[in-house]
Design a protein around this ligand. Structure first.
Ligand SMILES: Nc1ncnc2c1ncn2[C@@H]1O[C@H](COP(=O)(O)OP(=O)(O)O)[C@@H](O)[C@H]1O
Ligand SMILES: N[C@@H](CCC(=O)OP(=O)(O)O)C(=O)O
Length: 369
């Protein structure tokens, strides 16, 4: 049985856990996190790991001691530390890990967004653990998401996760920063993120960490609005993971604001402007409506408009009824070449095959829904 009924989670691990002394990696806190990841996977819960720590892990290789670190120094440290951080994780698992480095632009650009989505799906289907970080060595300030809390929330939305777990070095959200306000109280449940909640957040006390509580609340805000429960938990304590596995409360839970599926359907239906249409035959119409299937090239009879890969399109029946709206894996030009063909023929017809389906069922909403 999946852990807490979660089919897929995104687990974010902060620098303080990877490199507690901000001076190279340590597995001190990673062991219990790795065990939790392995137990989730064994129980049927897919995991995407968002791991910070490249700057802190590579810090001792670059001789620069002043703080704050300038961006070029951080980039050099990250270049050293990223592979150290990956190696730290990989040694703890007996399954494969995959490195995914993203910038803000990758998540904004519709084609790259689709590629990230497809790659995650393929890795998870092959039991590989995706380990995501910001591509610090190439991202300038303007290109950055800036912190891995917000990055993890965006990844949770792309990956269609049921929950976002943010592991830090503190038990959860307190009424104020407990390092400066000793009487601050832990808040176990946040039903709605208000200005009052934001006002509780203070900064980080680490030399290398980014954002403190403020970015974690922003991340929870993004994820819960998309229907994803968000937890801030203490990744330094093994007991946190025992509680999670035993279905007991841990840390601070930020409750999702709506059902995740309806959030995605709402986004597909209302936030995307269709740039064209794909015309489908009666067999494909049935497969979509009765089996919730993806649209294959074999069911396509034609296209309307000049859309690109990653654009929103309408799916129309042979009688010109609009049945659905979704995101196309191919441009109108490409679909013209593979319409009516079997998925196995895509590579020979186009010379490449980024996807066996034209519109994936996860990226599709029936207009009758
Ligand atoms: N209201 C608050 N509740 C809990 N922690 C807070 C709060 N305000 C500020 N903090 C600080 O945020 C820190 C966690 O953020 P950060 O150092 O960025 O960690 P990470 O590397 O895990 O992202 C805590 O250790 C604490 O010092
Ligand atoms: N991408 C950076 C981490 C940025 C970040 O948000 O750090 P943290 O606040 O420790 O999660 C790195 O790998 O060093």
């Amino acid at each position: 049985m999946a852990v807490r009924g979660w089919k897929r989670i995104v687990l974010k691990v902060g620098s303080a856990l990877i490199a507690p002394t901000a001076d190279g990696c340590s597995t001190r806190y990673l062991l219990s996190i790795a065990r939790f990841i392995a137990e989730c996977r064994a129980a049927g819960t897919e995991v995407v790991l968002v791991s910070s720590g490249s700057v802190a892990a590579g810090r001792n290789a670059i001789s620069y001691k002043q703080l704050p670190l300038p961006i070029n120094i951080k980039q050099a440290m990250a270049a050293v530390g990223q592979s150290r951080m990956m190696a730290s994780w990989a040694q703890l698992f007996d399954f494969d890990c995959a490195q995914i480095l993203l910038t803000h632009d990758d998540l904004k650009d519709r084609r790259r967004y689709l590629n990230i989505d497809n790659t995650l799906r393929t890795l998870l289907a092959n039991q590989v653990l995706p380990i995501v970080n910001e591509n610090d060595t190439v991202a300038t300030a303007e290109l950055k998401v800036g912190d891995n809390d917000n990055l993890a929330a965006m990844v949770a939305i792309v990956a269609d996760a049921d929950a976002l777990l943010i592991c830090s070095d503190i038990d959860g959200l307190y009424t104020a920063n407990p390092r400066t306000v000793p009487e601050a109280q832990l808040i176990p449940l946040v039903a709605k993120i208000t200005a009052e909640i934001y006002a509780m957040a203070g900064g980080s006390h680490h030399a290398i960490g980014t954002g403190g509580m403020a970015t974690k609340i922003q991340a929870a805000d993004k994820a819960t609005a998309a229907g994803i429960d968000t937890l801030i938990i203490n990744g330094q304590k093994a007991v946190t993971f025992d509680e999670l596995l035993a279905n007991r409360p841990a840390g601070t839970l930020f409750q999702r604001q709506q059902e995740r599926l309806s959030a995605k359907k709402h986004w597909l239906r209302h936030n995307l402007k269709p740039r064209g249409a794909i015309l489908i035959d009666a067999g494909a119409e049935q497969a979509l409506q009765l089996r919730g299937a993806s649209l294959l090239p074999s069911g396509i009879t034609g296209t309307e408009g000049n859309f690109e890969k990653g654009d929103a399109v309408l799916l129309k029946s042979s009688t010109a009824n609009t049945l659905a709206q979704g995101i196309s894996q191919y441009s109108a030009l490409e679909l013209g070449k593979i319409a009516g063909a079997k998925s196995q023929q895509i590579a020979s017809l186009l010379g490449y095959c980024p996807s066996e389906v034209a519109v994936h069922r996860d990226d599709l909403v029936l207009l009758g829904d």
